[in-house]
Design a protein around this ligand. Structure first.
Ligand SMILES: [Zn+2]
Length: 269
């Protein structure tokens, strides 16, 4: 009996030591870098599709209550696809996975940043093509399998100016017709999925398809291929071309085709 106790306590001591060593490793690893928040604030100025409702945040309670202490609480409502947000395959694929089915493994991973700010600044309707990825690979090597590919058009710099960011200030169908911002070409999307086996793709514009798209071929292909996407990403300029670790945390809406997204990147310093 005694011996059993001794064995148990020795085992417990070993386990605690191992756990402690593990946490120290994580702490020292993270100390070598810093986190970036790639999310825009949600407020009355947040960019939504011209045909969508904008973000609402209404006060339910604010101030000293009847019991004498401060209490605040608000009610929000929003379309799934506005601001920094996440597209689940269900968005453009009948029977595709909805947002609560996306696993933690799929929401985290190595990020690569493809800088197309040069051509995108010259041409608002720029379609990111296979050649852009080839150029990146010449410098940095092949895009790793299961990478989270982030497309940096530089349009994030215009976020506060809707006209510059989307091409229009109008709402409704009229606004949709005037959307002009760069996006990922459908052929390039196919190449990323079929040739590079990426995990997810993101962009610093309102949509992964370019503003003038009428058939949303890139969305339809990505969703049909079970690939998730992030849109209206903030502050991509802080990220290196490779080596960032991405954490995407969308709201877990059962049956949702998308949701607001809190997006983080850890970058080694
Ligand atoms: Zn979306």
């Amino acid at each position: 009996m005694k011996m059993r106790y001794i064995v148990f306590f020795v085992f417990l001591a070993m386990l605690l030591t191992a756990c402690n060593r593990g946490s120290q490793d994580v702490a020292s690893l993270l100390a070598g870098g810093r986190w970036f928040d790639l999310t825009w604030d949600f407020d009355e100025n947040t960019v939504y599709w011209p045909t969508n409702e904008t973000f609402r945040h209404d006060t339910v309670s604010y101030g000293i209550n009847a019991s004498g202490y401060f209490y605040s609480s608000f009610r929000y409502s929003a379309e799934e696809h506005g601001g920094t947000h996440f597209d689940a395959p269900l968005h453009f694929a009948h029977g595709g996975r909805s947002i609560e089915q996306i696993t933690a493994e799929e929401l985290t991973g190595e990020g690569v940043v493809i800088d197309v700010s040069d051509p995108a600044t010259r041409d608002r309707d720029y379609l990111i093509g296979i050649q852009d990825f080839m150029n990146w690979e010449k410098k940095y090597g092949p895009i790793p399998e299961q990478a989270i590919v982030l497309l940096f058009t530089g349009f994030g710099a215009y976020w506060k100016d809707h006209l510059k960011y989307t091409g229009t200030q109008k709402s409704g169908k009229e606004g949709v017709d005037e959307l002009h911002f760069p996006g990922l070409g459908p052929e390039a999307a196919k190449w990323l999925v079929n040739e590079r086996h990426i995990k997810a793709v993101g962009i610093d514009t309102p949509s992964i398809d370019f503003g003038q798209s009428k058939d949303f071929l890139t969305h339809r292909f990505l969703c049909g291929s079970n690939i998730t996407a992030y849109e209206n990403i903030a502050h991509l300029e802080h990220l290196p071309a490779k080596g960032a670790y991405i954490v995407a945390a969308p709201m877990k809406i059962r049956g949702g085709s998308g949701s607001p997204l809190r997006l983080f990147a850890w970058v080694k310093q």
